[in-house]
Design a protein around this ligand. Structure first.
Ligand code: PLP
Length: 419
């Protein structure tokens, strides 16, 4: 089949046309098997076509495809809210549903502005929050995402993210510097009383797969408390077991005012969520936000409820922690062999391998060559980072020890072939 009918605005990593998928594998019409370590950009955390989730979707489809939440109350929406409540930090007890990550980010910003009656939003260098106009204005990971679209909505202020490797400093120095810069921003560009929210990916995703040190996130929490600023965590990519806990906030020991979720929530059926405490949600005037699919389609909510069950029953966050440790150890061995690997970092199964040349400059050409060599060996890996020099490892969380070991062997071969 030809792709001529598809808008060229979509870039394509491969020409693979999968007709079937299971666990960590995709299969084309000829039965060729590909190891998918992209998880559809962090969506298929429960593995492709998990039978329990497929069953939940089929059952829901046969009973009620759609019930519009402003008209009726779909039971599947309530079930999902209950399941989510059970995995939230104690204070987050109400939910708003939408379809994708950017839409949920938009909702979070509307909630924050509406509840605080303040306008300004602080985001971080390297952030990716989506492709709608508001989310684009909050995205600073690459210029391509805003190319030809400016001017974008204003009142967005960018603070440095504690990306120690990029600064060439140790973690402590980097955190101290970034907190000083944030303080300067609050004194020079956006006064605290005008600042509605600080929005952060606790593990920087598209910007390079960099976990924010807990000390930094805790300091943000404190700063927000001091000034009545809302702390919004965008766990669209880092959520649902990806980093070794259900959400990365558990590892940071903080609770946000607003949590933004999407991707892994639906295992492939589009759904996103915003969670906040009831008092905050109460400040969001009824009718000022919503959408046709606002309650999540019944299929999406059923898929999401089943996803949470599978994540918990199969202890997938724990598996992500164990397999992530195995992966990082293997990658660090390769780092010792290949000096072009400047940094290996991550949390759970959200792992970045950063390539730098002999002068310490970002080496996108090598990252791309290694990625291509992996593709030639049927291992699918994505790249991230503002300079396009970080290979990101984001396999489904059902991946087992042998499969990680096999991927490391392939990666080693790819490195040898590409260098
Ligand atoms: C952290 C983060 N936030 C928001 C988004 C936007 O999500 P979506 O593509 O579903 O709109 C993404 C997508 O990659 C993301 O990684």
């Amino acid at each position: 089949m030809s792709i001529e009918l598809l808008a060229p605005v979509w870039t394509h990593l491969t020409q693979i046309q999968p007709v079937r998928a299971e666990g960590i594998y995709l299969y084309d019409a000829h039965g060729r098997r590909y190891t998918d370590f992209t998880s559809g950009i962090g969506v298929t955390n429960t593995g492709h076509c998990h039978p329990q989730i497929v069953q939940a979707i089929q059952t829901q489809a046969a009973n009620l495809l759609f019930g519009q939440v402003n008209i009726v109350i779909p039971p599947a929406t309530l079930t999902l809210a209950e399941k989510l409540r059970a995995i939230m930090p104690p204070g987050l007890d109400q939910f708003f549903f939408a379809n994708g990550g950017a839409e949920a980010v938009e909702a979070a910003v509307k909630l924050a502005r509406s509840a605080t009656r303040r306008r300004n939003i602080i985001v971080f260098q390297g952030s990716f929050h989506g492709r709608t106009h508001q989310a684009m204005a909050m995205t600073t990971s690459k210029t391509i995402y805003r190319l030809n679209y400016q001017p974008l909505p204003g009142a967005i202020y960018v603070a440095p993210f504690p990306y120690a490797y990029q600064y060439g400093w140790d973690e402590e120095t980097t955190v101290t510097f970034c907190l000083q810069q944030l303080d300067l921003l609050l004194h020079s560009q956006t006064a605290p009383e005008e600042t509605a929210a600080i929005v952060i990916e606790p593990v920087l995703g598209e910007g390079g797969y960099v976990p924010a040190p807990p000390r930094f996130l805790q300091a943000l929490r404190q700063l927000c408390d001091e000034h009545g600023i809302l702390l919004v965590l965008d766990e669209v990519q880092s959520g649902f077991g990806r980093t070794g806990t259900m959400f990365y906030l558990e590892q940071a020991g903080i609770e946000p005012d607003i949590l933004v979720m999407a991707k892994g929530l639906g295992s492939g059926i589009p759904i996103s969520a915003v969670s906040a405490r009831a008092e905050l949600m109460a400040a969001w005037k009824p009718g000022t936000h919503g959408g046709t699919y606002g309650g999540g389609s019944a299929i999406a909510t059923a898929a999401a409820a089943a996803t949470i069950d599978v994540l918990r029953q199969e202890k997938l966050p724990e598996n992500a922690a164990a397999r992530g440790a195995q992966l990082m150890a293997g990658l660090r061995e390769l780092q010792a062999e290949y000096p072009v690997i400047g940094d290996v970092r991550g949390a759970g199964l959200m792992v970045g391998v950063e390539f730098s040349d002999s002068a310490g400059k970002p080496d996108a050409a090598t990252a791309t060559a290694v990625q291509q060599a992996c593709l030639e060996r049927d291992l699918l890996l994505l790249i991230c980072g503002s300079y396009g020099n970080v290979i990101r490892w984001i396999p489904p969380l059902v991946v087992n020890e042998e499969q990680i070991a096999a991927a490391l062997v392939t990666f080693n071969e790819a490195l040898a072939a590409a260098l």
